[in-house]
Design a protein around this ligand. Structure first.
Ligand code: PMP
Length: 419
């Protein structure tokens, strides 16, 4: 199995000069919940579906940079388009007209988009969506779905998180996904005061099986929002362009008023977008909202190349096929070792969990043994498929996963085989 001496030495240096060494979900405390002795902490290069860590260990990567790697790391077509734009210009006093080309492409591609507004991170887009809903309706309240993640702006955090003021979350209302009676109740109890409802297209939360919408759910939510004058915001930052290039709302058969994109938009180049319907365009124009790098041209060129190639490949169909092959194979090799592995969510963004392991300790062990043999998974977050993944990569993944399950089985003679 791999060892991680150089990663650990770099992390010791990082702890001296960077808060928590590596912050956020990429870090070893929040990010993987696996002992650092079993996990790489820094990468050194990446290509296709693989990356190499600082100790030069190689991984088939099922996290895809937490989403941005949608075509394969260092995709030659995207990188060539970005390099060509970089030779011309990137950040300049006035924007490049390539911004218009990219907006036109998004409007042509995304079913619910009549316009596009560009920023950098997913949280820029979700924050703009909430500002827009409040400005358009002159109402305060926002409905969230329990288990949500919309970024780290104070409005999207929770009251018990450090540094968040009561006032910043005082207008947040919460309801469970797929619970229409509860949503109807919430809407009538707060009649005339709800500006927007923000939701991921399906629940791809952490530490829990991912949940798809029940038949008719989204259509009923759409009708309720219309009846109450509530702006329907779809946060497609994570699932966007992996289920359907026309948007995940389109995939589930409804139309959002506002839809937020980021991760898969430009294969790792830094750009996010809020798209929306014509009737909200003037409201967005009226807002005080911009950033130093939001109109940089290189990511627009990368985004155009990414969307064009995703269309050529019919990538979402490929993701569904590869994701299904992989998760079916993983549940089989789990069963061969006496474990029940549960795969949930869309196959393109599969979530894994070993059954009868509420503490996730067994699951963490299996993930750690897989990672130490070259298959990069995480223990509590959904995974991602990219277009560079091949059947040969899946075959190799299943061999390693099988070996890792065997090791966990051998470590736990006390456990009855479940499968
Ligand atoms: N919404 C969802 C559904 C996300 O998955 C994320 C990022 N994980 C965000 C919003 C925030 O995006 P960012 O980290 O780029 O601000």
């Amino acid at each position: 199995p791999y060892t991680f001496e150089k990663s650990r030495a770099a992390f010791d240096r990082a702890l001296q000069v960077i808060p928590s060494g590596i912050y956020g979900h990429q870090g070893p405390t929040e990010g993987c919940y696996i002992p650092q002795t079993s996990f790489p902490l820094f990468s050194s290069r990446a290509e296709g579906t693989r990356f190499w860590d600082l100790d030069d260990n190689e991984y088939i990567d099922y996290m895809c940079g937490y989403g941005p790697n949608v075509l394969g790391y260092a995709d030659p077509d995207v990188d060539a388009a970005a390099a060509e734009q970089a030779r011309l210009e990137d950040v300049v006093t006035i924007p490049s007209a390539i911004m218009v080309d990219f907006a036109e492409l998004l409007v042509d591609t995304v079913a619910s988009a009549d316009w596009a507004f560009f920023a950098k991170n997913g949280g820029d887009a979700t924050t703009l969506a909430v500002l827009t809903a409040r400005a358009a309706t002159r109402r305060k309240k926002i409905v969230f779905i329990n288990g949500f993640y919309h970024g780290v702006s104070p409005w999207a955090q929770k009251l018990d998180y450090p540094g968040v003021l009561e006032e910043e979350v005082a207008n947040n209302l919460y309801v469970d996904f797929n619970d229409l009676p509860a949503l109807e109740r919430l809407f009538s109890e707060n009649r005339g005061t709800i500006a927007g409802l923000i939701a991921q297209p399906y629940m791809h939360g952490n530490f829990t099986d991912n949940t798809l919408p029940e038949a008719g759910y989204w259509q009923a939510v759409r009708a309720l929002c219309d009846a109450h004058g509530v702006v329907l915001i779809v946060d497609d930052v994570r699932a966007g362009f992996r289920l359907d290039l026309a948007g995940s709302d389109h995939y589930f058969g409804f139309k959002a008023d506002l839809i937020c994109f980021c991760k898969a938009l430009a294969n790792g180049y830094n750009v996010s977008a809020l798209c929306g319907r014509e009737s909200l365009k003037d409201t967005v124009s009226s807002l005080h909202y911009t950033g130093s790098y939001w109109m940089s041209a290189v990511p627009f060129a990368a985004g155009i190349a990414t969307l064009t190639k995703l269309k050529q490949l019919d990538a979402p169909a490929q993701f569904a096929r590869l994701g299904t092959d992989l998760t079916t194979g993983l549940t089989t090799v789990a069963a061969e070792n006496g474990f029940t592995l549960i795969a949930s969510g869309a196959p393109a963004l599969f979530y894994l969990r070993i059954a009868d392991d509420d503490s996730l300790m067994l699951h963490q062990e299996w993930v750690a043994e897989s990672v130490r043999r070259g298959v990069f998974l995480t223990s509590h977050h959904n995974h991602f498929i990219n277009a560079a993944l091949t059947s040969a990569d899946i075959t190799r993944t299943l061999e390693i996963a099988h070996e890792a399950f065997g090791i966990v089985r051998a470590h736990h003679p006390e456990l009855e085989p479940t499968a």
